[in-house]
Design a protein around this ligand. Sequence first.
Ligand SMILES: NC(=O)c1ccc[n+]([C@@H]2O[C@H](COP(=O)([O-])OP(=O)(O)OC[C@H]3O[C@@H](n4cnc5c(N)ncnc54)[C@H](OP(=O)(O)O)[C@@H]3O)[C@@H](O)[C@H]2O)c1
Length: 331
Amino acid sequence: MKAIAFTEYGSPDVLKIKEVAKPTPKDNEILVRVHATPVNFGDLMARNFGNVTPSEFNMPAPLYLPSRMAFGWNKPKINVLGSELAGEVEVVGRDVTKFKAGDRVFAYVGMGMGANAEYVCIPESGTVALKPSNLTYEEAATLPYGAVMATSLLAKANIQRGQKVLINGASGGIGSMAVQLAKHFGAEVTGVCGTPRMEFVKSLGADKVIDYTKEDFTQNGETYDLIFDILGRSSFLRVKRSLKPNGIYLLASFKMKALLDMLWTSVMGSKQKVICSFANETAESLEFVKKLVEEGKVKAIVDKSFPMEQASEAHRYVEDGRKQGNVVIAI
Ligand SMILES: NC(=O)c1ccc[n+]([C@@H]2O[C@H](COP(=O)([O-])OP(=O)(O)OC[C@H]3O[C@@H](n4cnc5c(N)ncnc54)[C@H](OP(=O)(O)O)[C@@H]3O)[C@@H](O)[C@H]2O)c1
């Protein structure tokens, strides 16, 4: 089968079409013919991971070395990127009961990756579900990562109807889903993003959009029940006065300082809380978002689709900050 492979870290030019072995599903796995796979934050990071310095690494410093070892120090150990996809089940393993050949699915395969290929095997108990029936494969492929991360992390903050919520990083993979879910949960939502993506974030339903290049949300006098910082670019010290007395500061990306803030607010019994957490990757999150999409409450926005042969261009387009929504590779 064909795959978009890379054997060295670097610029988008390291991505090449290669012939690789077609995987065979184990008894508990499904073999999916991939139709579309987006380019997300993890793909860009993994493609260039050998050149990412500890200060550019978005997670606590003690995780840097194990992550570099796991991904490969000088050369990538994982040679095919792609953590999410939509496609059609071609074959099911003999123990599989949840899916059958011909099912149209969307899935998050996580940091094991491999979705930038014609076929991928996924355990039936993995983060995979029938795709929303009203979406194309390309549209459906853009949802799993954001759905899994935003559903799980917003649940950890126990988001409630009527709350005032700010999403810092509202135009990205996690933030664009978080804006839509927060609106669905009945919150009043402010999204923060860069200038070119303000209209995009408005189109997701945000009540207010702040351009981080022009305004510092921590200085405008507004207060929120929940501040969800996707890239962890703010800090508890800075956002404290933008949080209501019982406000929650939720981080998808966090370093040691944020973990200490979480510990401190917890030990001191502070009313304002810091939550740093990894998301739970569950098929239920996909099923939840599928239902919302079919009810017209959540949308999937494809900015541009590239054929497999132009995977490098797709990465460059995302890396240059040109995207408005999602960029998909059609397989
Ligand atoms: N906790 C978990 O389980 C988990 C799982 C997966 C990923 N993550 C973390 O999530 C992060 C990636 O999120 P993503 O995929 O949504 O990223 P993304 O698609 O690259 O989006 C990044 C967002 O941050 C915004 N942004 C960039 N610079 C900013 C600044 N200075 N101030 C405010 N916003 C800024 C971007 O706005 P513009 O593009 O409009 O400029 C965009 O909205 C990574 O740090 C990763 O480690 C956490």
